[in-house]
Design a binder for this molecule. Structure first.
Ligand code: FAD
Ligand code: NAP
Length: 336
């Protein structure tokens, strides 16, 4: 087992920040996790593609970089296929694999960066679909005991950009494999998000296929989101807040253009990007960091900056949004 004591971290997080650490270990199979535990290398941090972390300190831990690969069909019937996927597979590769096999379920989640193992962590979602819709189960290894556990869907407590692994079980398990149940037929397409409908209409596609939906999502994402290859970012920095219907009514009186999406009879979701833009932050530059000019929910690193600068900017934005709207916006990104 090799330990990269001096290996730079910059290339392994999409913000592009550097930090000291105790060593980076590339984990290519489950046995290596047990080896790390036996050698008492601790504490441990688990790294996938680094597309949802903000490094704002040196890291007093060994970093296990997940590189467990493989996509295997474990069961199949007339309508469904269950695939077990190595958690170090690139998420978008799994989506492309499913499309190439004509399997539905992941098409709306095209082009999300990062690894399969991190997908259940925050129950990744986009364009009206979250990964739990296709999730079957996952395998994980406890980082203290080395014991393997299978988590079924109801044990993962999936929510909006949330799961048990971001809360009660934070930093306790290494997710090694995730299984998804994908559909051969009898599936519903999710094309209710305005942007998807617009792209399909512009292409005069009345009866879209899973491929059409995936291509539409890829087109929209490429047109709006900064590519971390060129400009450091971790996607949406904040979650969309959910507020009470009464609070929404009050705000709507003040801000007639305030968008909203109903959650239930008593709650609505308000786009955090709109709040940030309305508070005057869209396109704001502050030294080495800033707010993206096309998408206010994305904080960006122009180079030569630090995670602390992003954290500082995020705090200013949170405070301004609270002052104007009385709403707390909460980071989606994991602080390291
Ligand atoms: P990392 O950033 O490496 O890790 C994230 C957290 O998960 C860390 O706390 C880490 O310790 C933990 N973790 C990672 N792997 C494991 C494992 N195997 N076992 C246990 N813990 C683990 N997210 C969305 O939900 N929807 C989007 O549409 C979306 N779009 C994005 C667009 C851009 C341009 C970017 C940069 C990010 C976007 N994201 C989106 C955020 C991000 O891509 C996802 O959260 C992704 O799942 C993170 O994967 P990762 O492998 O990079 O995780
Ligand atoms: P958008 O289309 O500009 O819409 C802004 C927000 O409104 C979205 O965040 C979305 O909430 C919500 N929304 C829009 N249409 C909706 C509908 N029909 N029903 C319910 N909610 C609706 O959003 P965007 O920023 O370009 O992102 C598009 C999708 O990709 C979103 O689902 C977003 O979550 C996802 N995305 C996520 C990240 C990330 O890092 N997490 C980064 C980029 C894009 P939801 O976010 O709850 O869907």
């Amino acid at each position: 087992m090799e330990i990269g004591y001096d290996e730079p971290l910059k290339a392994y997080n999409t913000f592009g920040f550097e930090a000291h650490h105790k060593g980076i270990i590339r984990v290519t199979d489950e046995g290596m996790i047990n080896e790390v535990i036996e050698q008492k290398l601790s504490p441990i941090k688990i790294l996938g593609g680094g597309s949802n972390i903000l490094i704002n300190n040196d890291i007093d831990a060994y970093i296990l970089k997940n590189e467990i690969k493989g996509i295997h069909i474990v069961s199949e019937d007339d309508t469904d296929i269950v695939v077990k996927v190595g958690a170090g597979e690139y998420w978008h590769s799994l989506v492309m694999w499913s499309l190439s096999h004509g399997l539905a379920g992941l098409e709306n989640l095209s082009l999300i960066p990062g690894s399969v193992g991190a997908a259940p962590m925050q129950n990744i979602g986009a364009y009206g679909v979250e990964q739990d819709l296709a999730f079957d189960s996952l395998e994980a290894i406890h980082l203290l005991t080395g014991t393997k556990k299978i988590f079924m869907k109801d044990e993962c407590h999936f929510g909006y950009r949330d799961s048990i692994f971001k809360n009660e079980l934070k930093d306790q398990y290494f997710i090694t494999h995730v299984s998804y149940q994908l559909k051969k037929k009898n599936y519903t397409l999710h094309i209710e998000y305005g942007a998807i409908r617009e792209v399909l209409q512009s292409k005069k596609i009345d009866s879209p296929t899973i491929h059409d939906v995936s291509e539409a999502v890829i087109e929209i994402r490429k047109s709006k989101l900064p590519d971390p290859k060129y400009i450091g970012n971790a996607g949406s920095f904040f979650k969309n807040p959910v507020i009470s219907a009464s609070k929404y009514k009050l705000l709507k009186g003040q801000f007639s253009d305030l968008p909203s999406y109903p959650i239930d009879d008593d709650h609505v979701k308000v786009p955090a990007g709109w709040l940030i833009e309305k508070a005057g932050w869209k396109g704001h530059n502050q030294g080495h960091v800033g707010v993206h000019h096309l998408q206010s929910l994305v904080l960006v690193h122009f180079g030569h900056g630090t995670g602390a600068e992003i954290k500082g900017l995020a705090l200013q934005i949170q405070s301004k949004v609270k002052d104007i709207f009385g709403i707390d916006i909460v980071p989606e990104v994991n602080f390291w």
